[in-house]
Design a protein around this ligand. Structure first.
Ligand code: CA
Length: 373
């Protein structure tokens, strides 16, 4: 690109921050550039393994991992070659975190609430019941202090975290029992993992742990009365519409679950600056791609479910209020026991309140008054 006075002034007028760096590249720094940080491209090649918590070829979430690897490969001219392993292909899904810590794989993909048993604070970087939506979670992590806390937490495990996608707000789930009051939750056997399950338990329900492949038959045979999964797209692929009576909304328990990449910190620190930037950029790309695909495919799948006559219901507001109270109790118990979880949650909650106030005079107005019906 030819740099002339006109484009230079235009850059200044727009407050471009990249221009001084570009100028430095063009003009040189006045001394020999020896380190990779100064732009000399090393030809060293890295062959990495990525272990994931997703079943092999899992739509969107698994595809996002392969897309990350492909993007990194292309951007680096093949200098980082990442082979992606679905959950169970190299190690069981929930061993991904420890596998990357040990260095047996260089990078992993998952959702940080899977690691709550290792660090209670971790789950707040994935999802909090009655928490922020995808847009707000991205805002908190990228721009509201979240990433600094997340890096601090994962540093103790020898890992570097990056956002790697978001499911968007999920659905409340599929029920074979009508839910008209809090009493209808009593004894309800529901597949709902994580904090949502703890909250349901406080409300008198019975959270059941079932692997992905067991949910359909569990629901069909009455082993469970209800299950949550993701949104209309993934839920339809599971076939729940054929065996469940009601599809409830909203997904109060997963309002915008963030997905992650985690990289072995020793391996990451050894990379030249351009390859670090490539990894960060590929993760950023996948983050927005994943949420966009979720939104697109869920919107299309919902239209199809409606066409087929799926009975879509809303949870009663009294029940939502009760679950909100139990959520506060569950979070209080976690933050009372773990100082770092307290720190993270305080940051999360302080930001959520500001984001909520902002959304109240913008997004809420949009949904209530601006959208065409
Ligand atoms: Ca879910």
């Amino acid at each position: 690109m030819k740099l002339n006075r006109k484009s230079f002034l235009k850059g200044l007028a727009l407050g471009t921050i990249s221009l001084p760096l570009a100028m430095r590249g063009i003009m040189g720094t006045g001394h020999a550039q020896s380190s990779s940080d100064e732009g000399v491209v090393s030809s060293k090649k890295y062959n990495w393994k990525m272990v994931t918590t997703w079943p092999p070829n899992f739509p969107i979430l698994g595809e996002a991992c392969q897309m990350f690897a492909d993007q990194v490969n292309k951007m680096s001219g093949g200098r980082i070659d990442i082979r992606v392993y679905g959950g169970g292909e190299l190690v069981p899904p929930l061993e991904a975190f420890d596998t990357v810590r040990s260095g047996a794989a260089e990078i992993g993909s998952g959702a940080s609430y899977y690691w709550a048993g290792k660090a209670p604070a971790a789950q707040f970087f994935a999802s909090v019941p009655f928490g922020m939506n995808a847009q707000q979670v991205n805002a908190w992590i990228y721009g509201g202090g979240g990433i600094e806390l997340w890096e601090e937490l994962y540093r103790d495990f020898g890992l570097v975290p990056m956002l790697g996608g978001n499911t968007g707000i999920q659905m409340g789930g599929w029920f074979n029992r009508e839910i008209n009051s809090v009493d209808d939750l009593k004894g309800l056997k529901m597949r709902i993992p994580g904090l949502g399950g703890k909250v349901l338990e406080k409300a008198g329900g019975a959270p059941v742990l079932l692997a992905g492949g067991e949910i359909y038959t569990g629901l069909e045979r009455g082993v469970i009365d209800a299950t949550e999964w993701l949104g209309p797209f993934h839920d339809s692929l599971m076939g729940f519409q054929d065996i469940a009576k009601y599809y409830y909304t909203p997904g109060w328990h997963e309002t915008g679950t963030a997905l992650e990449f985690f990289i072995n910190k020793d391996q990451y620190d050894r990379l030249p600056a351009d390859l670090k930037a490539i990894l960060q950029n590929a993760a950023g790309h996948v983050n927005i791609w994943c949420l966009s695909m979720m939104e697109a495919k869920n919107a299309i799948a919902l239209a199809e479910l409606k066409e087929k006559g799926t009975d879509i219901r809303s949870f009663p507001i009294e029940l939502i209020e009760q679950l909100r109270i139990h959520t506060r109790e569950v979070i209080q118990e976690i933050t009372d026991q773990d100082p770092f979880a307290k720190r993270v949650y305080e940051s999360y909650e302080a930001f959520r309140k500001k984001a909520s106030d902002y959304a109240d005079i913008t997004e809420r107005m949009f949904y209530e008054n601006i959208q065409l019906s």
